[in-house]
Design a protein around this ligand. Sequence first.
Ligand code: NAD
Length: 401
Amino acid sequence: MREIRSVGVVGAGVMGAGIAQVAAEAGFEVVLFDPLDGATARARQRIAGFLERKVAKGQMPSEDAGAALDRIGEVTTLESLADADLVVEAVPENLELKRDLFRDLDRCVADDRILATNTSSLSVARIAAATEHPERVIGLHFFNPVPLMALVELIPGPMTAPAVVETTDAFARRLGKTPVVAADLPGFIVNRVQRALYLEAFRIFEEGLAGVTAIDDAMRQIGFRLGPFELADVVGTDVNLAAGEAIFAGFHEDPRYRPAQVQHRVVDAGRLGRKSGAGYYDYAADGSRGEPWAALTGVPAGSPSLPPIDPPQIEARVLATIVNEAASAVADRVAAPEAIDTAMKLASNWPEGPLAWGERIGLSSVVSTLDGLNAVVPDGRYRVAPLLRALADAGQSFFGR
Ligand code: NAD
C-alpha cells in the first residue's frame, strides 16, 4: 500500500479536531472538511488552544506547535480530499449519514487510498457496503479526548484487505497510539465490556440494594477513577444511553445489554450529566459534585425494602459481570485476552484488565457469583459465558498460563 503522508478528516467536531491535531503533531499533512459554516475554523482554534497549553506546560517547543498548526488546512468540498492517503470520518453517529458519506468519498477519493470511520457503535461492514470498494474501508476508533487517550481500536470489516489493516495499524503507531484489532461486533471491545460496569451498577441500584453514592464509592475503592454513575455524568447520560441502546439492538435485545430504567429517567428529565449541570448527581455552578438527584433517593413511607448490600458485595457483583462480558468477548473472537485487558486499561483507565482481574479473584469465585445472581434473576443476563465456566472448571487461564 501507499505510504501515508496526508490525512483527510471529515467532520470537524470534538473527535475530528482531535484526530486532525494528533495527525498534524505526528507530521502528517491534514485537510479538514465540515459542511457547517465556521466549523473547521472553530476546530483549528480549539487545536491552537490545546497546542498553546502544551507549549505553556513545556511539553512542546513553540516552533513545533506552530508547524503542526500550519500542517492543518481547511477545505470546503469533499472533492478536495481526493489526494489524501487516508481519510478519517468523524461525522455524527448516524448510519445513513455515514453510508451516504462513504458512498461520496468512494467516488471522490482515489481507489488506492484508505477510508476509515471513527464510529463507536455502528457496523463497519454496513458502512463499507455502501461503497464499491469495501476492501479499503476500516474502523479506526479513537477515544475522547483524542490527544490524551492512547488506545485506538482497529476494526476490519469482513471485506477489509489485510494491507489496509497493516497500514492503518502503522499509522496509529506513528500517532503514538496503541492500536488493538477488534472484531466488527457491537461495541467492539471497550464499549461492550464497559457496558457491564454501568449496567450492573444500575441494576444494583434498581433492586434497591445500594444507593448511587454507595455504589460509586465502592467502585472507586477498588481502583476505578470514577464510579459508574459519576462516569455516566461525564460521558453524558444521553450519549451513554444511546451507546447502550445501540449495543442492545446490535445483540438482538439480549437481556445482558438491556438498558436500565434509571437511564431513561435521567435522560427524560433533561439531566444529561455534567454538560447540563445535572445528571445522576446535582452539580454546583463551579462544577463540584453535589448529592444524587433527589428523585433517586428515598423510599415511600411504609414500603418494605431489602437489606442493603455492603461494598464487597457490590464490587463482587460488578466485577463478576465485567469478567463475564470480557470472557464472552473472547469467546466471540472480538479480540485476544491480552488485547481486551490492554484496551480496558488504556481506554477506560481501569486499574487492571478484566480477565487478569477475574483470575486474581478466582474464576470459580466469579462463576459462583454469577450462578447465584442467575438463580435470583434467571432472565439470561447473568448466564455464564461457557468459555469462562470451562476455564474455571478446568482450573485454566485465559492467558494459557
Ligand atoms: P460532533 O457532533 O462533535 O462533530 C460532528 C461534526 O460532523 C460536526 O462538526 C458536524 O458539522 C459535522 N458533520 C455533520 N454532517 C457532516 C457531513 N455530511 N460531512 C462532514 N461533516 C459533517 O461529534 P463527535 O463527538 O466528534 O463524534 C463524531 C464521531 O465520532 C461519531 O461517530 C461518534 O460516535 C464518534 N466518537 C465520539 C466520541 C466522543 O466521545 N465524542 C468518542 C469516540 C467516537
